[in-house]
Design a protein around this ligand. Structure first.
Ligand code: PHE
Length: 346
C-alpha cells in the first residue's frame, strides 16, 4: 500500500457512500449507512488502519484526504436527512389528518348517586337550622351500637336490628347511625346540633323496601331546656323544605329504646294528598322518620348530666325520602347501579 492506493480507496468510499445516501429510502437506512461508513467499526476506520505501512511524510496527507471524505459524507447525510424528514413528516400529517367537520361524539357526564344527592339535600336543610355534619365509624362495637343506646345484650329490641358481625372480637357493622349520638356527646359539650349521615348495614333479606346496606341521616340536638316541642317544630320545618310548603304533618307514638318518648313522623301522602291511595296504603300518610327525646341513660353514657341537659334525636333513610319524593317504588334500584336509573336523576 502506498499513498496513492489509500487515496483511491478513500475516494471510492466517498463516491459509493454518497450514491447510497442519495438512494436511501428512509431515515433508518441513512442511520445504517452512517454507521457502516463512519462508525467505529466502519469502512473509513478500516482504510485508515493501512496508514501505519506508509512512510512518515505521507501519513498527514492521508489524514487530510480522510477528513475531506468524512466531511463530504457527513454533509451528504445531513442534506438527505432533512429531505427525508420533510417527506416523513408530510406523510404523517396526511395520515393523521383530523376531519374537523365530523359531528362530535357525545360526552356522558356523571352525576352524584341519588342516595348522596338526597343526603346532601337533607344536610343543606338542617345546616340552615345550625346543624353541623359529623362522621362516625361504620365499624362499631357492641357497647356503642347497642348497650350505650339502652339496648342491653339479650334485650328483645335487638330483633329490630339484625346485625352483621365482622371477624374481629366485639366489632360489628353499625346497624344504624345512632351510635354517632354517643360519639358526638362524648366529643363535645352542649349546645350540640349534629347531623350524622352514613352507611348502615343489616342482616336482612333484600326486598323492595329492605336492603342489607343503606344510608341513614341521624340528627342530635342537646342543650339546656330542649323540649319535644322543639323537635316537632324543627321536623315540621324540615318537611316543608323537603316536600313543599303547606304539607300537613303529624306525630304518632313510636318506640325506640334510646328515646323517651319516641315518635314516628308522617307527612301527608305525596301522591293523593290525604284521601288515601295504594301508595300510602290508603292511610293518606307517609312515615318519613323516627325520633324522640334522648333517653336519660343515653345522655349519661354520653357523659352529660340528664338533670341539666335534654336532647332530641331523629333518624331517617335518605333513600326512603327520595323514593317518596320521586315516586320510586323499589329500594333495590339504589344499590344496583343501573345507569339508566342513575341518569334519570340528572
Ligand atoms: N336508629 C333508629 C333506627 O335505625 C332511628 C332513630 C334515630 C330513632 C334516632 C329515634 C332517634 O330505626
Amino acid at each position: 500500500m502506498n499513498f496513492a492506493d489509500l487515496a483511491r480507496e478513500l475516494d471510492a468510499l466517498r463516491a459509493g457512500t454518497i450514491d447510497a445516501i442519495a438512494g436511501a429510502p428512509d431515515t433508518a437506512a441513512l442511520q445504517a449507512l452512517e454507521v457502516d461508513a463512519l462508525g467505529k467499526k466502519g469502512a473509513l476506520t478500516a482504510i485508515l488502519r493501512g496508514i501505519g505501512g506508509l512512510p512518515p511524510e505521507d501519513r498527514p496527507r492521508v489524514g487530510a484526504v480522510a477528513n475531506t471524505v468524512r466531511t463530504a459524507i457527513e454533509s451528504a447525510l445531513a442534506v438527505r436527512r432533512t429531505s427525508l424528514g420533510d417527506v416523513e413528516l408530510a406523510a404523517r400529517l396526511a395520515r393523521e389528518t383530523v376531519d374537523v367537520t365530523l359531528p362530535g361524539r357525545p360526552i356522558r357526564r356523571g352525576s352524584l348517586h341519588p342516595s348522596i344527592e338526597a343526603m346532601t339535600e337533607i344536610a343543606r336543610i338542617f345546616e340552615q337550622f345550625g346543624f353541623v355534619v359529623h362522621e362516625s365509624p361504620e365499624i362499631e362495637d357492641d357497647l356503642t351500637n347497642f348497650q350505650m343506646l339502652n339496648i342491653p345484650p339479650d334485650h328483645p329490641a335487638r330483633d329490630l336490628w339484625d346485625t352483621l358481625y365482622v371477624d374481629v372480637p366485639d366489632r360489628l357493622l353499625r346497624t344504624h347511625t345512632s351510635p354517632g349520638q354517643i360519639r358526638v356527646m362524648q366529643a363535645m359539650k352542649p349546645p350540640i346540633r349534629a347531623l350524622l349521615p352514613g352507611r348502615c348495614f343489616r342482616y336482612e333479606s333484600v326486598d323492595a323496601s329492605h336492603g342489607f346496606e343503606f344510608f341513614q341521616v341521624e340528627g342530635l340536638m342537646v342543650d339546656e331546656g330542649t323540649t319535644l316541642a322543639d323537635l316537632k317544630g324543627l321536623l315540621d320545618q324540615f318537611a316543608q323544605a323537603m316536600f313543599g310548603s303547606g304539607k300537613r304533618t303529624r306525630f304518632r307514638p313510636g318506640y325506640y329504646p334510646f328515646t323517651e318518648p319516641s315518635v314516628a313522623f308522617d307527612v301527608e301522602c305525596l301522591v293523593c294528598g290525604g284521601p288515601g291511595c295504594p301508595a300510602c296504603g290508603r292511610s293518606g300518610w307517609m312515615t318519613i322518620l323516627g325520633a324522640g327525646m334522648v333517653h336519660p341513660v343515653v345522655l349519661q353514657y354520653g357523659g352529660l348530666d340528664p338533670e341539666r341537659y335534654q336532647g332530641f334525636a331523629f333518624g331517617m333513610g335518605p333513600e326512603r325520602i327520595s323514593m317518596l319524593k320521586h315516586g320510586i317504588s323499589d329500594l333495590r334500584l339504589f344499590m344496583e347501579n343501573d345507569v339508566r336509573f342513575l341518569e334519570s336523576f340528572r
